[in-house]
Design a protein around this ligand. Structure first.
Ligand SMILES: [Zn+2]
Length: 229
């Protein structure tokens, strides 16, 4: 009888301890959940050039690279926001990023891009440009990453693959490129030359809204693939 009473008491004590442990677990579990930040990847989308620096110019239509870079950046921004990215643009309009008083406008502009990237503390940086080359037959999108930046290389390969699959004439291999906007950060950064303004057919395509949309979807697909790796 006494043994049974002791046993029952032991079981009751054990159950009480178990209930307490569960309650403590639930309390801390809830506390951890409520304290968790909203996990949203941050992307800096950098539209190259701007202001008095128009970049490359289309030979047939006279379109400027700075305008196309901005159009692509705004389209990519919208798509990324639909996929729950926190998006930071370096340039939101056609104005240059340089200080009006700077004697060296290029240096001032690049420093501003670097400042924006640093304060955004992003997961990825995507800089958008249009290419130009003396040989008019050259065409196709090319992705660059900074030498020695492994995450940039992984992002670059992922985006280049997506472009190669979705966009005609896009190159198949991402390359190392020596660009300030890539060299100024340790983050996963790429520079995308979306196409050649020196190629008559691509000059027209790059201005087409549907083509821009398709291109930006391919960019997003490549970026999402990088995050899933
Ligand atoms: Zn450019």
């Amino acid at each position: 009888m006494r043994i049974l009473t002791i046993k029952r008491r032991t079981i009751i004590i054990f159950l009480c301890v178990l209930v307490c442990l569960v309650m403590i677990g639930v309390y801390f579990g809830l506390k951890t959940t409520s304290a968790q930040p909203n996990i949203k990847p941050t992307i800096v989308i950098d539209a190259g050039h701007g202001g008095r620096d128009g970049g490359a110019v289309g030979k047939t239509t006279g379109v400027t690279e700075s305008l196309l870079n901005l159009q692509f950046a705004l389209k990519l921004k919208e798509l990324c926001e639909n996929y729950n990215f926190n998006v930071v643009l370096t340039r939101k309009d056609m104005n240059g990023l340089y200080s009006a008083f700077a004697t060296n406008k290029k240096k001032s502009e690049m420093q501003k891009r670097q400042e924006i990237i640093e304060s955004a503390n992003p997961d990825v940086v995507v800089s958008l440009h249009m290419n130009s080359f003396p040989v008019s037959s050259s065409r196709g999108a090319q992705v660059f990453y900074a030498e020695g930046n492994e995450s940039g290389k992984a992002l670059g390969e992922s985006v280049q693959n997506a472009l190669h699959e979705e966009i005609d004439y896009a190159k198949s291999v991402a390359k190392v490129g020596d660009f300030y906007v890539l060299n100024c950060t340790e983050k996963a950064g790429i520079l995308v030359e979306c196409g050649f303004l020196s190629n008559a057919e691509e000059e027209v395509l790059l201005q087409d809204g549907d083509y821009q949309e398709k291109f930006c979807y391919a960019l997003l697909y490549g970026i999402l693939t990088y995050f899933s790796m």
